[in-house]
Each structure stands twice: as structure tokens, then as C-alpha cells.
Design a binder for this molecule. Structure first.
Ligand code: ADP
Ligand code: MG
Length: 471
């Protein structure tokens, strides 16, 4: 018998053994995603979804896997990790019309499907939650895979390993969706009426203040301290709210001791939330922290296909691709653009054609909503971050100290405004468009080798948006 067949048996057996040794949550999260992909003599090749997964599995479980294999086979195996290439349905044929002419939608690349067993469970949303925010409606791509898997694992076993969980990511990237999906799934999977409490940090604060004014703090405390699952959205709002922070700290401790699950979201890393007590900061990050990134093209396409499908409207791949090329900020903007195009087409009773889409997208970009970020704001924020003045960014100096921030500012200007290379050049002291092009290329290539650059850019973009929304 060929060697690899023997080894597959060992692998399968090892998984079964491991399943009994780790919690269900850990198993689902880390082992169910692994695929056996072959073997040679003493090496077993497995495939995992991302390099993040590979590193985590190696770090946490390599020993366990190797000893289990050794126990079962009497042989020392090396493991070779491969990373799955994301399977992308070819965008040009990802949707075809069915015989009766109505659109037919095959599955987008990855979807969280319900098993038949799950389909028998109740489906109504948990009280106070939005029924659209479910795992089934959440498209998983490289940008959110880890967060989505963690969220699903938590919903299967709330209050155990990953408590609390902190989801962070920029505006419109799916934090609220994922947070409420956990609540809805816990509600669906459990009989009885688990107390699932969802609240934004802002409402939590207001309710708390009102309870003090009305002498009803005991009501407030009992509502939050008796939750089975507490979901608090946008905790960055707690900045400077000292009394509310104090109250939340005690709520946290009560729930944590009672092994009740808590999940928080934030639009920035906790370390960047200003004016928040250290002990609360420390509580937020005590469990698992996961982040959401903007989707890449393929995932964006899958998300919009799903949204169009839900609205029961046929939108061609050309149009979907156009939207995804033009809008790279976040999912909320993508959705808004799609809705706008569909609404317009319906209003004028036209098909959602490429022309309609192009015209609507043009208006979309010139609408004030997208347009309050200017190169001027970008220059101010970037200059401030690097301790320079905006005029230095626009000036002639070419020392490293100024050149790098200037390139960053140019790059961000191209990313978050509709200004052309020529426009950007003009805003930076009348430079030529080739200078801007060169700057963007430099930043992109440095980003590939130095991950901290991406972090700095994300931080800057967040501040720029904050400035923009105040403008
Ligand atoms: P946030 O809370 O991070 O600002 P939301 O959760 O409100 O973002 O998401 C904005 C919109 O984008 C919602 O309509 C949500 O359903 C949608 N969305 C975000 N990510 C996804 C995804 N991966 N799949 C499907 N829809 C998504
Ligand atoms: Mg939100």
C-alpha cells in the first residue's frame, strides 16, 4: 500500500484523539479548518486557511499534534503547512441566469452555511437584535476570517475560553454585524430564554446616567449583571466617561466571575482609547482580541452579490466589479453605493446598467458624505502625526524626515479622496504627477516588506476620517 494512505489514517486518528483532549471551541476553531493534503515518508502535509492560522496552530498545538501522531504510529512526523489559496468563483461567471430567466445565484466564495441540524433550531432574532445580522448573512474572506471563526466558536460555547472577546476594526467593517450574530446564534442554539443584552456604549452611558437621576441604579445593575451574554458595541465611546467606566468595571467583574460571555467592539485598538482607566483597558483585552480589515476585491464582490441577492435584484457582474473597484473604504460604503444604484434604476425604470452605475457612482463621490475628506485635512493630520507642519509637507525639503511623511500623505490622498495624481501633485506645492505616482509606488512596496507601515496608515486614515466628520 502506498505510504501516504497509511499516514492519512494516522492523521485522521490523531484528530479524533485531539478532539477529546481540547475543548470543543478550540477544536472547531483550530482543527476543523485543517485539511490533510498528502504525505511523504515522515512528513505530513496539511493545509490551513492563512499564515495567521499556521502560526497559531504551530505555536499552540504543534507539540500536541506531533506527540499524538507519535503515540499512534510510533513514528516522529514532521508537519508541512500549506496555505489555502482563497477559492474565488470566477467573477465573470459567478452568476448565471436560470432557465426561466430569473437570476440564479450560486454560492459566493465562502459562506457560513447552516447544517440540517441547525436549520431545525429556532430562527427568530433574539429580542433587541437585528435579525439580518447573522452568521449566514456574513461573508467570510481573508479580511475577517479569524474574527468570524472566533465569533462562531464563542456562540457555540459562550462564557468559556474566549472571554471576553474584543472585536476591533474601522467604521463599516462589520463589527456590529458580527457582534449581533453571536447574540442571534446563542439565541438560536439554546432552548429557553438566555438573557442576551446588546447595547451601544453610548446607550449604556445614557441609561446609567438616567438611572442615577431617577434613583434606579439597582434596575440598571440587575439588567446588566444578570445577562448571560453581554454585547457592548463601540466601547471607544467610553473615553472620558469616568463614572460609566467604573460601573462597567464592576459589571465586568460580576459577569466574568459568573462565567458569562462578554463581547465588545471598538473602532481602534484599546491602547489607543484615550482617557480610559488602565484596569478597564486591561479587562477588555484579557481574553481574545480579533480585528476586521477592509475586504479585498473578491470578498467585496461576494458581499455585494449577496446583498443584491437578498434584495431580489439582478445586478450584472460588470456593475458589481465596478462598484468594488471604485469603493475600497468599507462594506457600509459598498452597500450604500449598491443601494443607490438599484434605487435609481428602479426609480427611472431602467435596468441596472453599467452606464447607470457609472453615473451614480460619480455623483456618489461628489456627494458631501464622501467628500469631506480633503487633501488639506490629510496634510494636517499626517504632519501632526510626524511632528511637522503642513507647510513642510508641501515644501521643497527632501530630507528623509520630511520625504517619508510626504509620500505617506500622497499615498493616503490617493486612497481616500478622488483627487487625481495631478490634483494631488498640485496640492503638494505644485509637484508633478509622476512624483505622486512614484510616492505611491514607494509606499506600496514598503508596505509589502514592513507591516508596521500598514498600521501607521490605518491609524492615520482613522484620524483623518474623524477630522473629516467634524469638518
Ligand atoms: P461597523 O459596526 O463595523 O461600523 P456594521 O456591522 O454596521 O459595521 O456593517 C456595515 C454594513 O456592512 C452592514 O450592513 C453589514 O451587514 C455589512 N457587512 C459588513 N461586513 C460584512 C460581511 N462580511 N458580509 C456581509 N455584510 C457585511
Ligand atoms: Mg457598528
Amino acid at each position: 500500500m502506498a505510504d501516504w494512505q497509511d499516514n492519512r489514517v494516522f492523521w485522521d486518528e490523531a484528530l479524533k484523539t485531539i478532539q477529546h483532549q481540547v475543548s470543543e471551541q478550540e477544536y472547531v476553531m483550530w482543527f476543523q479548518q485543517i485539511e490533510y493534503s498528502g504525505s511523504e515518508q515522515d512528513t505530513i502535509s496539511i493545509t490551513v486557511p492563512s499564515s495567521f492560522y499556521r502560526d497559531q496552530v504551530k505555536q499552540r498545538y504543534l507539540d500536541l499534534i506531533q506527540t499524538t501522531l507519535l503515540d499512534l504510529s510510533g513514528r516522529s512526523f514532521q508537519l508541512e503547512f500549506n496555505i489555502t489559496r482563497t477559492e474565488i468563483a470566477n467573477p465573470s461567471n459567478s452568476r448565471v441566469r436560470s432557465a426561466n430567466g430569473s437570476p440564479h445565484f450560486p454560492s459566493p466564495p465562502v459562506r457560513l452555511e447552516r447544517s440540517p441540524e441547525e436549520s431545525r433550531k429556532r430562527v427568530a432574532p433574539a429580542p433587541g437584535l437585528n435579525g439580518e445580522y447573522t452568521f449566514q448573512n456574513f461573508v467570510v474572506g481573508d479580511n475577517n476570517r479569524f474574527a468570524a471563526n472566533a465569533a462562531m466558536a464563542i456562540s457555540r460555547n459562550p462564557g468559556t475560553t474566549y472571554n471576553p472577546c474584543l472585536i476591533y476594526g474601522g467604521v463599516g467593517l462589520g463589527k456590529t454585524h458580527l457582534l449581533q450574530s453571536i447574540g442571534n446564534a446563542v439565541w438560536e442554539n439554546n432552548e429557553g430564554t438566555p438573557k442576551i443584552v446588546y447595547v451601544t456604549a453610548e446607550d449604556f452611558t445614557n441609561e446609567f446616567i438616567r438611572s442615577i437621576q431617577e434613583n434606579k441604579t439597582h434596575h440598571f445593575k440587575s439588567k446588566y449583571r444578570n445577562a448571560d451574554v453581554l454585547l457592548i458595541d463601540d466601547i471607544h465611546f467610553l473615553q472620558k466617561k469616568h463614572e460609566t467606566q467604573e460601573e462597567l468595571f464592576h459589571t465586568f467583574n460580576a459577569l466574568f466571575d459568573a462565567k458569562k460571555q462578554m463581547i465588545f467592539t471598538s473602532d481602534r485598538p484599546v491602547s489607543e482609547i484615550k482617557d480610559i482607566t488602565e484596569r478597564l483597558q486591561n479587562r477588555f483585552t484579557r481574553g481574545l482580541t480579533v480585528d476586521l480589515q477592509p475586504p479585498q476585491m473578491e470578498t467585496a464582490v461576494a458581499i455585494l452579490n449577496k446583498k443584491a441577492e437578498k434584495q431580489g435584484v439582478y445586478v450584472s457582474d460588470e456593475v458589481i466589479n465596478l462598484i468594488c473597484q471604485k469603493i475600497t473604504t468599507n462594506v457600509r460604503d459598498l452597500e450604500a453605493a449598491l443601494t443607490r444604484i438599484i434605487a435609481y434604476a428602479e426609480l427611472v425604470n431602467k435596468e441596472v446598467s453599467l452606464e447607470v452605475a457609472q453615473r451614480q457612482l460619480k455623483d456618489f463621490f461628489s456627494s458631501p458624505m464622501q467628500n469631506n475628506i480633503t487633501v488639506d485635512i490629510i496634510q494636517r493630520v499626517v504632519a501632526d502625526y510626524f511632528n511637522l507642519s503642513p507647510s513642510e509637507l508641501k515644501g521643497k525639503k527632501r530630507t528623509r524626515q520630511v520625504a517619508f511623511p510626504r509620500q505617506m500623505a500622497m499615498y493616503i490622498s490617493r486612497e481616500v479622496t478622488e483627487a487625481s495624481m495631478t490634483d494631488v501633485g498640485l496640492e503638494f506645492g505644485g509637484r508633478d504627477h509622476t512624483t505622486v505616482m512614484h510616492a505611491c509606488q514607494r509606499i506600496s512596496s514598503r508596505m509589502r516588506t514592513d507591516p508596521t507601515i500598514e498600521d501607521i496608515i490605518q491609524t492615520l486614515i482613522r484620524r483623518i476620517r474623524e477630522e473629516g466628520s467634524r469638518a
